[in-house]
Ligand binder design. Structure first.
Ligand code: PEP
Ligand code: MN
Length: 270
């Protein structure tokens, strides 16, 4: 790994990222919520349901980086205000994407964790801006990026002074078409070998398929991931975005149960 200074393990302690009272990198962190904030009712009811099932943070996009300029781009400020209300209702900290460096400062008033999406992983001005923010950053792996490129992007954030970076493996592009992406599970132990930063897995964007999410989630936990970020929506069948990879609250509760059991088993073996 060339040119890495701050992101490498180098015998340093593993980083734990504080998000309100949550500590990402200790235990197994479950982040869940809709792909996109569509309405107050949808977001708050989903937040209440995922909290009840055991989620520790709420995800939801107010700014959506869509492949088509004609697709729904998210509610923007209104979406952030809804997320804030969901936090007031449930106490769950908010993970939400920022797609433009000009928005980092004001989005930080609503976000507890600033998500950098796969498409923006190498948006260096955005990385520098979140590097100057006080907020923790969830850095998704670009779909066409190597582990080394990904860690260099974490280095951009760390070198601006923000030590709170969480990596997120969300699958990479391969020739395989059955799944939306190919979950590169090897990146989880590889990151543990190379870096002190926590790493979580997104089985929703990695697979694009509800039916595969439980297996990939358990595999991620077994591989040593520090948590998961999963799409869950109370109105899954009407969701405007990523319906095929979004769990219903009851499917999520079932997943949580399996995760809990495997986590307990792993802890008992240590
Ligand atoms: C998302 O988490 O909503 C998202 C757009 O993911 P990715 O950037 O990994 O495609
Ligand atoms: Mn999505």
């Amino acid at each position: 790994m060339t040119n890495l200074k701050l992101a490498t393990l180098n015998g340093s302690e593993r980083t734990v990222v504080p998000v309100d009272s949550l500590r990402v990198g200790e235990g197994f962190t479950m982040i869940a919520g809709p792909c996109t904030v569509e309405s107050e009712e949808q977001t708050i009811e989903t937040a209440i349901a995922v909290k009840k099932a055991g989620a520790q943070a709420l995800r939801g996009g107010a700014f959506k980086p869509r492949s088509s300029p004609y697709a729904f781009q998210g509610l923007g400020l209104k979406g952030l205000q809804i997320l804030k209300k969901a936090k007031e209702e449930t106490g769950l900290p908010i993970v939400t994407e920022v797609i433009d460096s000009r928005d980092v400062f004001w989005v930080s008033e609503y976000a507890d964790v600033l998500q950098i999406g796969a498409r923006n992983m190498q948006n260096f001005s955005l990385l520098k801006e979140v590097g100057r923010s006080e907020r923790p950053v969830l850095l998704k792996r670009g779909m066409n990026s190597t582990i080394e490129e990904w860690l260099n992007c974490a280095e951009y954030i760390l070198s601006e002074g923000n030590p709170h970076v969480i990596l997120c493996e969300r699958g990479i592009r391969t020739f395989e078409k059955y799944t939306r992406n190919t979950l590169d599970l090897s990146s989880v132990p590889a990151i543990k070998e190379l870096s002190h930063l926590p790493i979580i897995v997104d089985p929703s964007h990695a697979s694009g398929r509800v039916s595969l999410i439980p297996s990939l989630s358990l595999a991620a936990l077994a591989a040593g991931a520090d948590g998961l970020i999963v799409e869950v929506d109370i109105n899954r069948d009407k969701a405007l975005c990523d319906r095929d990879q979004t769990l219903t609250p009851s499917e999520f509760a079932g997943l949580m149960e399996k995760v809990r059991l495997l986590h307990q088993f792993m802890a008992s073996q240590q």
